[in-house]
Design a binder for this molecule. Structure first.
Ligand code: ZN
Length: 342
């Protein structure tokens, strides 16, 4: 395995190293580049990718696989989304994440407050100064620009991993990841959003890129590492980089349309109380199925029940255990299976 390390300095003179692991490169074949750890509270890719590189290094690989597990070491060490190099970093010591105030930022520059250029995944191919800009430029020039396929790995707060995709051309590859939900996103992006890695890498003809989101932030979920390793191995088999059998789950991969709200029952609570869902994320639902009910906390009576008015899949389940009137519950979305072409 080839190990490449580069040092980067922030505005206060602190130095951080970024490491890229390269396996293969001895026989001709495509270049596949994986980037993870752009956001500091997303630790799945950073944790399983070094292990995967060691495992793949023992195999006979055609082409070249570059893996940068920890693209943003300053942010990862703080367990915070970005590394705000100009701010008072000690404020992180009084910060306690809660998913009930997910958008809160100790510096007042959370997603609802600012389009911060500290956010590494908004800086790709954008001019600017700062350590996150410097790292993206180095990764792009040396590892992403040449890649036939770029995989960007993140984590969000959800029940299951999912994929974000900007271009339909990526769907046949995504179907081999084994991930159940693919959220198709608009390729018409704002200037800010267009600085994201999979958009920049995938908008070029003859290049492919998408983003896998694992399902925990600010924590570890080892149970998903095998899924991540299988996704990479399956993609390598498809690209002719690795010999072996595809390992895929029984459950299909669903394409969720960009304008999903036009094709969905979007349930909102009409009462306060405990909610009970009858389907897991991405389960198939038939028209007429009971999707959820809400029970009064004092009388224990069922106050309301929700029934699907269409065939679809369970999606966007709220994480809130106690509902308030008008709160979002879940959606039943008409989605299509993406065929798996092995
Ligand atoms: Zn992220």
């Amino acid at each position: 395995m080839k190990v490449t390390r580069e040092s980067f300095k922030d505005c206060k003179g602190n130095v951080f190293q970024v490491t890229v692991l390269t396996v293969g490169g001895k026989r001709p074949g495509p270049v596949f580049t994986i980037v993870s750890g752009q956001h500091g509270m997303e630790h799945s890719g950073p944790c399983f990718l070094p292990e995967l590189a060691e495992e793949l290094d023992k195999e006979d690989i055609a082409g070249t696989l570059h893996i940068c597990p920890c693209a943003n070491p300053g942010a990862l060490a703080m367990d915070y989304e970005f590394y705000p190099e100009h701010e008072d970093l000690s404020r992180i010591n009084d910060y306690f994440y809660s998913r009930f105030r997910h958008e809160y930022s100790p510096w007042g520059i959370g997603r609802n407050e600012a389009q911060t250029l500290y956010n590494m995944n908004r800086l790709w191919n954008r001019p600017g100064e700062g350590i996150a800009f410097d790292i993206t430029r180095w990764l792009w020039r040396n590892f992403v620009e040449e890649a036939y396929l770029t995989l960007d790995i993140h984590c969000l707060q959800a029940l299951k991993p999912l994929v974000y995709n900007d271009f339909a051309k990526n769907n046949p590859l995504i179907a081999l990841t084994g991930i159940e939900g693919v959220w198709q996103c608009s390729a018409n992006k704002s200037e800010y959003a267009s600085g994201n890695l999979n958009f920049q890498a995938s908008k070029r003809e003859g290049h492919y890129a998408f983003c896998i989101e694992f399902s925990i932030q600010h924590g570890l979920k080892e149970s998903e590492y095998a899924l991540g390793k299988n996704a990479v191995r399956n993609l390598m088999i498809k690209l002719g980089m690795l010999k072996g059998e595809y390992r895929l789950p029984d459950r299909p991969t669903w394409s969720i349309p960009e304008d999903y709200w036009e094709h969905a029952d979007m349930f909102k609570a009409a009462h306060a109380g405990h909610v009970r869902y009858f389907f897991d994320e991405y389960d198939e639902i038939r028209k007429g199925d009971k999707v959820y009910e809400i029970r009064d906390i004092q009388t224990l009576e069922v106050l309301e029940q929700g029934f699907a008015t269409r065939d679809g899949i369970m999606s966007r389940r709220s994480h809130l255990p106690v509902m308030k009137e008008g709160a979002h519950l879940c959606s039943v979305i008409e989605a299509e299976k993406i065929p798996r072409e092995l």
